[in-house]
Design a protein around this ligand. Sequence first.
Ligand code: ATP
Ligand code: MG
Length: 175
Amino acid sequence: MTTPRKRRLFFALWPDGEVRKALASAAAAARRHGSGRPVADENLHITLAFLGSVDEEIKECVRAAASQLTAEAFALSIDRAGWWKRTGILWLGPSKGPAALNRLVKTLWAAIEPCGFWPDFRDFYPHVTIARRWRKARLPEIGPVDWPIRALTLLESHTGQRGARYTVLERWPLS
Ligand code: ATP
Ligand code: MG
């Protein structure tokens, strides 16, 4: 018997080319002091909901749920760098997470709950991981990156020895 193929999925805010460039240069500036494993520019994102490995049926369920979801577009300003000592994660994020972002995450978890997921938004700290295993030297000021949030994106993660690669599966515009 063959085991059905499972995919490692997550919902994220996925920057377009222009925002990605701006995030990449802010990330490079923030990584100037210290050492660790940088995240590739093409991987920069903000995870909204991590689903783990799911089969085809669950994938179709979350896609259907996401396509019916209503949430508003909003502005996000990525204006600070931060470091979580325990996990060694160096990140960029908003100093003030907009209420619309929290609503989006709540709405998303509520939408996919019938697919078998347990809402997990209480510990939601919006951030773009820019390096792992980071040993801090100092955190610089970063010029703010304006990131208009206009879509919700479902991604597949292909994890490998040389780090993860992500592919966009689907994108739903926010109103
Ligand atoms: P790697 O694991 O190879 O270092 P990665 O963490 O970027 O790379 P994934 O583990 O597939 O790749 O994770 C995809 C996204 O989901 C990342 O933003 C990651 O931080 C987040 N994520 C992964 N595992 C969890 C988890 N258990 N809970 C919440 N978010 C997670
Ligand atoms: Mg990981």
